[in-house]
Design a protein around this ligand. Structure first.
Ligand code: FES
Length: 108
């Protein structure tokens, strides 16, 4: 199956995730951080912080943002935009299908 921008790729099962935390997967050669929100929905971003390369999957989720563990800049989990203007992180479609985590990454 394809998304508007690429192909859905199964990366694991939702039981591997802890609500409120992130985990990094490799999709089509790129590291993708996947977050399970408290409402059971998923968000996916590039795993590397655009500021200075911090590991976003290790960041804290605060509402609809992830806070990078290195310098505490916050990036929207929906748009990837940082309100402090240090750049934006790529965001990807993410869904759960029969307990499988699927990520839509361009070119995958
Ligand atoms: S490396 Fe992420 S905020 Fe600096």
């Amino acid at each position: 199956m394809t998304t508007a921008t690429g192909t859905w790729t199964k990366v694991g099962v939702v039981g591997d995730l802890t609500p409120g935390e992130g985990r990094t997967y490799v999709v089509a050669g790129s590291q993708v951080a996947v977050f399970l929100l408290a409402d059971g929905t998923l968000r996916a971003t590039a795993a590397v912080c655009p500021h200075r390369g911090g590991p976003l999957a290790d960041g804290q989720i605060d509402g609809a943002v992830v806070v990078c563990p290195l310098h505490q800049y916050a990036f929207s989990l929906d748009t990837g935009i940082c309100a402090d203007n240090v750049g934006a992180v790529a965001v990807f479609p993410a869904r759960v299908v029969a307990d499988a985590i699927e990520i839509g990454v361009p070119g995958a």
